[in-house]
Design a protein around this ligand. Structure first.
Ligand SMILES: Cc1ncc(COP(=O)(O)O)c(C=O)c1O
Length: 429
């Protein structure tokens, strides 16, 4: 029995209480507010913007992030996301064009101006797919190791038609210790030189992603990480610009916490550098973002709807039908794996695959949430006074990117929690 996969559109016009569970709800008004706010910040700063499409992995949210075609570049973390985004390349503003000749011409222009960065350091198995996709939109690659340049050269060598050099970003590690080279690494100038002397690649820019910004708890701290990001990519780009002052280079910075404070950015870039912001999670936000204190709980667009299946007064717990698959095991300083929105001191304290255990988890963070939601929970509530079998519970989630990847349809609701649209995300890798 899977109503959501077969019949999701039949719920349009119905209140969320009638939805099958577990279900993922997206508030369209909140998505719109969040995406508009960042577009305005970027516009005021006069910098370019490259949304990461990995959080909601769907056409509709990507379109909103791009300002309906105002911005023309994205970053993706899987080939599947790039394939999904091709809908937007096809769509463009083409619908309004009448004659075939103009249609064709504009399509070529759109193809040339649309850039998609494949955000993982490139590896041989992805290259043929990326080459195929490059027939539809301009693919850019992430490089942080000379061996990847060898791979590009070997591919070029074998290709029957001689493809143009790949446009690449050099990945800089500004403290997250995931991908990238630190600016102090002796390998960085060598890598830049290696790419510059290769006929298989050309440097488009320098890119960093400050994943460690998720640990910041104040605007000042997030702004300091943003400054570090800018300083990191500028320092790296100077290795190239100093040697070749004629070059124009993009320096790309961002993560959702640093994007939330981008309006505080004070940076004058050296000649020849253009600043680009990237971010992915900000349209929906989640408890991890609320934990940074840079957004409020009502800036979360994502919630999970679940049913109470059983209640256990002896251990003061209840069972809901949202477990690890529906929620994910992501954590933050908010307790548990999901928080009941109108009674935030109840949260999912343990899970198995499809079972979630609601338990009492009073803490400083949940008290903060209570103040926001206006909830009246006291201390030490009894489960049997709070939940009954068949009750619906609405949960905030810890990490929207991981939770949304588990769902096959998003129920898009208005401010009255009536389903207005259903969106189907891109699945796979
Ligand atoms: C390479 C890269 N760029 C940008 C982002 C977007 O970051 P956020 O989701 O914090 O906005 C991510 C997220 O993991 C990423 O991996």
């Amino acid at each position: 029995m899977d109503y959501s996969l077969q019949n999701h559109a039949s719920y349009i016009g119905r209140p969320i209480a009638e939805l099958p569970t577990p279900s993922l709800l997206l508030s369209k008004p909140v998505l719109e507010r969040n995406t508009t706010a960042l577009l305005e910040d970027v516009k005021k700063l006069g910098i370019s913007f490259r949304p990461h499409v990995k959080t909601m992995k769907c056409t509709e949210v990507t379109r909103m992030m791009l300002g309906d075609g105002l911005h023309r570049k994205i970053v993706a973390s899987t080939l599947c996301e790039i394939r999904g985004a091709l809908d937007l390349v096809r769509e463009g503003k083409l619908d309004e064009v009448r004659t075939f000749a103009i249609h064709w011409y504009r399509k070529q222009v759109l193809r040339k101006s649309t850039q998609c960065l494949y955000g993982l350091p490139v590896f041989p198995g992805a290259l043929q797919h990326l080459h195929d996709l490059s027939q539809s939109l301009k693919i850019q690659l992430m490089i942080d190791n000379e061996q990847q340049v060898d791979v590009l050269e070997a591919y070029l060598e074998k290709a029957s038609s001689k493809p143009a050099p790949w446009s690449v970003f050099v990945k800089i590690d500004v403290g997250s210790r995931r991908a990238g080279l630190a600016t102090e690494s002796p390998s960085l100038p060598k890598l830049i030189e290696r790419i510059e002397s290769s006929s298989a690649a050309t440097i488009h820019g320098f890119y960093c992603h400050a994943g460690h910004s998720y640990a910041t708890r104040t605007e000042e701290a997030a702004t300091a990480v943003l400054q570090e990001e800018v300083e990191g990519v500028v320092k790296a780009a100077k290795f190239l610009i100093d040697a070749r002052p004629d070059r124009r280079i993009v320096v790309s910075v961002g993560s959702t916490p640093t994007a939330h404070v981008v309006s505080r950015l004070k940076a004058t870039l050296p000649e020849g550098m253009e600043l680009e912001l990237h971010a992915g999670c900000y349209p929906s936000n989640d408890l991890q973002q609320v934990a940074t204190s840079l957004v409020t709980p009502n800036q979360q667009a994502i919630r999970i709807l679940a049913d109470v299946c059983s209640v256990y007064p002896e251990r003061n717990e209840a069972l809901i039908n949202a477990g690890t698959v529906a929620l994910s095991k992501e954590a933050s300083e908010f307790p548990g794996y999901g928080i009941v929105i109108d009674r935030p001191q109840w949260c999912v304290v343990r899970m198995s695959q499809e079972h979630g255990i609601l338990g009492w988890a009073e803490s400083e963070q949940t008290t903060r949430l209570m103040q926001h939601t206006g909830s009246k929970s006291g201390t030490g509530e009894k489960i049997e006074d709070s939940f009954r079998v068949g009750d619906k519970v609405l949960l905030y989630v810890q990490h929207a990117c991981i939770t949304s990847a588990q769902h096959f349809v998003y129920y898009v609701v208005d401010e009255h929690d009536v389903v207005r649209e259903t969106w189907v995300p891109w699945k796979g890798w």
